[in-house]
Design a protein around this ligand. Sequence first.
Ligand SMILES: NC(=O)c1ccc[n+]([C@@H]2O[C@H](COP(=O)([O-])OP(=O)(O)OC[C@H]3O[C@@H](n4cnc5c(N)ncnc54)[C@H](O)[C@@H]3O)[C@@H](O)[C@H]2O)c1
Length: 261
Amino acid sequence: MPLLQNRVALVTGAGSGIGQGVALRFAQEGARLALFDIRQASLDETADKLKETGADFECFSGDVSLTEDVARFFDGAVKRFGRIDICVNNAGIGNPPLPLVQMTDEGFDRTIAVNLRGVFLCMRAAGRQMIAQGGGGRIISVSSQAGKSGFAMLAPYCATKAGVILMTRAMAKEVGPMGITVNCVCPGTIDTPLLRGTLDPLLAATGQTLEEWALKNGPPIPLGRIGYPVDVAKLITFLASDEADYMTGQAINISGGQEMH
Ligand SMILES: NC(=O)c1ccc[n+]([C@@H]2O[C@H](COP(=O)([O-])OP(=O)(O)OC[C@H]3O[C@@H](n4cnc5c(N)ncnc54)[C@H](O)[C@@H]3O)[C@@H](O)[C@H]2O)c1
């Protein structure tokens, strides 16, 4: 029996990278999907891949940092599927890579708006809907190893990801009695357009592949390779399934051992 048969799952940032990986994995496991992204073209790409699987899904475009867009997404999903069982808060951006002393107000504010306010808005909407349904449900957010270890040039990003971990723990305590679990995942170095957007100029200048660069310059990866969206998707699928029904308030690393605390 597929792990998520007929569960209704919402995924933000589903047009690319980890979010697209989650959508495809959830589809394999029988979930019905409501997908959200700020870029319609990216959503179309995910939709094309999903059509091949025969999955039941609907796409919504909008900005996770805007209350009205998030409300439209959740209302639309509930209207289409009748309920919400799983909410994956994945949409996120990197900050312009700069030392904190050079960071602009705009760079800081946008990172907070998307990565922290956006996750808050979706956690709130998911929690309200799950409580209204009578309880039960899974809320899973995508934090980062950057939310556990501070990384140079990424101060606002690190702050948002640490914020996601603490919102996860706080909400887990609030909604545990209603049977809703709230967890987050902390990926390490995952090969996605987001990471490549940051590193491509450097890779072009050094002639290294992403993997060569990461293994040489990043924190050591005991498992000896960088990660791929499917690695994170497998963990999120586990957290969304009944297999994880006694876990809440956790921030789980998925980094090949790059991050261990
Ligand atoms: N790639 C990594 O190494 C890595 C490591 C740790 C954590 N993460 C986190 O994983 C998540 C997914 O990142 P990814 O690497 O797959 O990046 P990605 O850029 O490939 O995908 C992110 C998706 O989010 C969408 N998005 C961006 N801003 C949005 C907004 N305001 N509203 C709605 N959608 C929006 C983008 O259009 C994109 O489709 C992010 O939260 C990121 O911080 C990534």
